[in-house]
Design a protein around this ligand. Sequence first.
Ligand code: NAD
Ligand code: UD1
Length: 353
Amino acid sequence: MKKILVTGGAGYIGIHICLLLLEQEFDVVIVDSLTNSNENSIKRLFDYKNKNFDIKNSTLQFYKGDIRDLEFLRKVFLESRNSGNSIDNVIHLAGLKSVSQSIDFPGKYWEVNVYGTLQILKVMEEFECKNFVFSSSATIYSQMQESPLNENAQISPINPYGKTKATVEEILKDFSKNKKQFWNFISLRYFNPVGAHPSGMFGEDPIGIPNNLFPYICQVGSARRDTLSIFGNNWPTNDGTCIRDYIHIMDLADGHIAALNFLNGEIDKVGSFIAVNLGTGVGTSVLELVEIFEKVNKLKINTHFTSRRLGDKAVVYANPEMAHKVLNWTSKRNIEDMCRDAWNWQLKNPSGY
Ligand code: NAD
Ligand code: UD1
C-alpha cells in the first residue's frame, strides 16, 4: 500500500484529494497548521472514511504542525517508518495563496511557500522519499501570453505569490538534475479550481470576504452578501467580462491521482521534472458563469459592474493536451456540474465547516 503525505490536506483542494486517495486505497498522512482551514474538515474526512465501506482498507492520520518546522516533519516521517509503512510520495499543497496578501506581506509568502518547501525536500531526502507532486498555478504564466496556454508559455509572474510558485519550480528543476538523488517531480499548474464534492460534505470555506468569484457568487446566492461586483465590462471579450478556465475540484483531485500513477509508473523517471497544466481548455466569461449558475440552481444573483481589478487579464485558459498525453487525464465535469455542486455545498453548509 502506498503511503502519501499530503501537506495542506485540511484545505480546500487538499481535503478533496485526500478523499479520493482514501477511496483508491492509499494510506494518507495529512500535515496542516490549520492557518487557513478548519479542523472540522478533517473530522468530516474521518467520519466519511468510517462510514464508507469502500474506504475502510486505507489508513488516515492527521498531524497539526507547520511545514517550516523540520523537527516536526522528521517526527511525521519517522513515525511512519517505525510503523513499517514509510511515506513514499508527497503531495505538497501547504502554502499561502492570496495574491493581495502576498503584496502586503511578501516576506511571509517567501518564507512559507519557498522556505517551507525546502524543509519538506530536506526531510524527504533524509528519509529517501523521492516522489513529489507540487501545487503550482497558471498565475506564473506571463501576462503577455495568449490563451490557450501550454506548458512552454513564458513564465513571468507579476506578484509575490506567483513568484514564489515559479521559484519553487526552479528549485525542483535544479534538484532533479542532481543525479545522486533521483528525484521525481511533477508540478501541476492549476487553472481555476471550483465546486465541491457532490455529497455536499466538503467544499470551499474561505475565511472572511471571498476574493475569488465562485465562493462570492455562492454567498450572494444565499443572501450572505448583497451583490456580486463584476470587475470590468469593457474587456476585449464577447460580453466585455473576463474569461477563465474553471475546473471542477473533483477533476483536479483526479489529476493528482493521475500524477501519482505517473510518478510511480513503470517508466523509469530517475531524475525528472515535468510541469503539467490542469485545466479544461474551456473558457467561460463572468457573465456566462453567472447565467449558468442562475439557470442550474434556479435562483437570481444580483450583480453590478465595477472597475477592473488590478492584475487581472482578459482571457486565461489552458491547453490541456500535455495532461492528456502524459497523465492520461482529462476533465470530465462541466460548468453546470461545478455550479450545482458548489451550490449544494453552500446550501448544506451556509457558514462553512
Ligand atoms: P487552502 O488555503 O485552502 O489550503 C492550504 C492549506 O495549507 C491550508 O489548510 C493551510 O492551513 C495550510 N498551510 C498554510 N501554511 C502552512 C504551513 N506553514 N504549514 C502547514 N500548513 C500550512 O488553499 P487551496 O485552495 O486548497 O490551495 C492549495 C494549494 O494549491 C496552495 O499551495 C495554492 O497556492 C495552490 N493553488 C490553489 C489555487 C486555487 O485556486 N485554490 C490555484 C492554484 C494553486
Ligand atoms: C485569482 C488569482 C490567481 C489565483 C486564483 C486562484 C488574481 C489577480 N489572480 O485568479 O493568482 O491563482 O485566483 O486562487 O487575484 N471576479 C469578479 N468579481 C469578484 C471576483 C472575481 O468579477 O468578486 C472576476 C475576476 O475579475 C476574474 C474572474 O472573476 O476575471 C475569476 O476571478 P478569481 O476567482 O479571483 O480567479 P482569477 O482572477 O482567475
